[in-house]
Design a protein around this ligand. Sequence first.
Ligand code: C2E
Ligand code: CA
Ligand code: CA
Ligand code: CA
Length: 283
Amino acid sequence: AKRSGRGRHACFEPVLRQRVTERIRLEAALRHAIHHDELRLYYQPVVSAATGRVEAVEALLRWQHPERGLIMPGDFIPMAEETGLIVPLGRWVIEQACRQAVLWQNMQGGSPELRISVNLSPRQIAQPRLVEDVRTILAGVSSSGKRIRFGFEVTETVMMHDPQASADTLCALRELGAHLSLDDFGTGYSSMAYLKHLPFDTLKIDRTFIKGVADDDSDRSIIRSMLALADGLNLDVVAEGVETEAQRQTLQTLGIQRMQGYLFARPQPAENIERMMGGSLEA
Ligand code: C2E
Ligand code: CA
Ligand code: CA
Ligand code: CA
């Protein structure tokens, strides 16, 4: 039965209030988590399709909540973005990833091949202090003065607010030695215009285009044109979300060399990555 506008309002108000309360509680809990060792970085390999070799890892944030268990980023990153908590949170992520890079570099006995990439959200990019923070973190972690291989992943949405400021920040990060990837490529808009002016090294093709690639002609056409674009702009390409052998084969036939997805490995704690890489991370 239809209800009047007023009736509906009265009916939903308690639900809304409950939601607001829940949110405030979550925000306080996340604030607490940053300082009480409840955050974890998981790492997902990016592999060479031909050899299976791990060429890089992407750091993905998890929240190990004492009561609720492992909370996925989709359930707290948007809130952290809105409240600005993403800034201290993101700083923790960058520092943790850089420390891990140094650890792995030392284990490798001086062959720092593995790059660690960290996701940056629009609000982080908009922070004037980001570049300075990264500089400070790098100086703090690299005891030997050896350079670590690190990178950042950003989506096209970072360019929507202040394109010039974002571009400047990205350029400054690249000057610090960061490899830059354009994440979720194909899901945003006016990608083409940005690409020409931004210092990206890699395009990560979003998994929505990978899903149907083995049996959908139009997905294959889209990927072919993305590859032509990447080639023209001299960018590397990574296919995200590769789950099946059929997808892997099709993508390889299309000419994609680097892939990431459950077919190869799920995001996992650092120790598992070490085990996965076998002897190659040991000195
Ligand atoms: P993203 O950067 O696009 O990361 C890829 C997501 O796809 C990850 O989800 C990963 O677990 C998932 N994935 C990887 N392979 C497959 C596959 O084969 N199939 C499927 N279905 N999914 C796959 P996750 O870890 O839940 O992260 C979600 C998003 O949260 C990330 O998307 C990223 O935007 C954001 N995020 C994660 N960690 C951080 C962080 O430290 N900082 C910021 N700002 N954002 C983060
Ligand atoms: Ca990413
Ligand atoms: Ca992505
Ligand atoms: Ca995404």
